[in-house]
Write a protein that binds this ligand. Structure first.
Ligand code: IPM
Ligand code: MG
Length: 359
């Protein structure tokens, strides 16, 4: 089969890790008889430098025309001081999410057995490890509500405000994704909200409960977000699929990735209603190590596996990538970020080559 992929290499380590991932896709193509063609898209900080804005209409159009988008990372200290929203690198992410309708963000957080020592949580708490998917709503909530400022009527100065809201429609479609996901996993969904305080969360919770009636085979529980943050470090093994809104999902997914001890390993998928998606590592652009050839390409490579599985319907090929990654780790190869003290490390390209050799 033939697939067209829009490639946003982005900033920092983005270009080096994405290049390795593209070579992995080429290897899959050669082995299984598929053709992947790539349209390079400039977005993020590099686009601010070239085009004056982080995301151009042309970039959006190219991503829309593709079968999926592969993204490295955007951002860096060079653009951090920009106050104009269009000149902030994250505008590229938010703009693409909204333009492509990528409402479902899947962020797996699992502990690799070979990397158990990198996990910052005590062994007795971790037990047999954990395998969580955070199913984060990505195009609504306080991120996309009305933002603004107004003057206070007393003498408290300027008030900043951001409207938090969710419609039943938005909650229904993300809840369905979570239940479907749980069906092919351990059949458990935890819905996270702040229904003890927020009306948005009460609509969220009622809607999730209604959708749950269609999935009697799935165990559903609810948790307030503060408790969920605590439970993630207290007993991460209790979670399977966590479904939550945009803001809570942003925070909890960082926490979940941290407890795996291997943030350089975690991929993500952002999907729209038609199943097309944007695939990217969950880590950032790591400007401190950019250009040195030492960044870990695994999260981006595993993001390609997610692309094959979720957007292209190629589970065998996705498995092949995931197995190759595990094999290389089991054999003891490490990039700097996942190496224990004294362990020998390899670079970005060498890691990519080893993974390809195992496909
Ligand atoms: C993420 C990031 C983004 C978000 C930022 C960069 C806008 O933190 O993808 O989690 O908040 O969604
Ligand atoms: Mg985040």
């Amino acid at each position: 089969m033939e697939f067209r992929i829009a490639v946003v290499k982005g900033d920092g380590v983005g270009p080096e890790i994405v290049s390795e991932a593209m070579l992995v896709l080429d290897k899959i193509g050669a082995k299984y008889g598929h053709t992947f063609s790539y349209d390079e898209v400039i977005a993020g900080g590099c686009s601010i430098d070239i085009n004056g804005v982080a995301l151009t209409q042309q970039a959006i159009d190219t991503c829309k025309a593709a079968d999926s988008v592969l993204l490295g990372a955007v951002g860096g200290p060079k653009w951090d001081h920009n106050t104009d929203a269009a000149k902030r690198p994250e505008r590229a992410l938010l703009g693409l999410r909204s333009a492509l309708g990528l409402f479902a963000n899947l962020r797996p957080a699992m502990m690799y057995k070979a990397l158990a020592d990198a996990c910052p949580i005590k062994r007795e708490i971790i037990g047999d490890g954990f395998d969580i998917v955070i199913c984060r709503e990505l195009t609504g909530d306080v991120y996309f509500g009305e933002h603004g400022r107004r003057e206070s009527t007393n003498d408290w100065g300027t008030i900043g405000y951001d409207d938090m809201n969710y419609s039943e429609y938005e909650v229904e479609r993300i809840a369905r994704r979570a239940f479907e996901m749980a069906r092919v996993r351990s059949k458990k969904v935890t819905s996270v909200d702040k229904a003890n305080v927020l009306e948005t969360s009460r609509v969220w919770r009622e809607t999730v409960a209604r959708v749950a009636e269609e999935y009697p085979d799935i165990e559903l529980n609810y948790m307030y977000v503060d408790n969920a943050a605590m439970q993630l470090v207290r007993n991460p093994g209790q979670f399977d699929v966590i479904v939550t809104g945009n803001l809570f999902g942003d925070i909890l997914s960082d926490e979940a990735s941290m407890i795996t001890g291997s943030i350089g390993m975690l991929p993500s998928a952002s999907l729209n209603e038609s199943g097309r998606g944007m695939y990217e590592p969950i880590h950032g652009s790591a400007p401190d190590i950019a250009g040195k050839g030492i960044a870990n390409p695994i999260a981006t490579i595993l993001s390609c596996a997610m692309m094959l599985r979720y957007s292209f319907g190629l589970p065998t090929e996705a498995d092949a990538i995931e197995r190759a990654v595990e094999k290389v780790l089991d054999e003891g190869y490490r990039t700097l970020d996942i190496a224990a003290k004294g362990e020998k490390t390899i670079g970005t390209h060498e890691m990519g080559e080893l993974i390809r050799a195992n496909i």
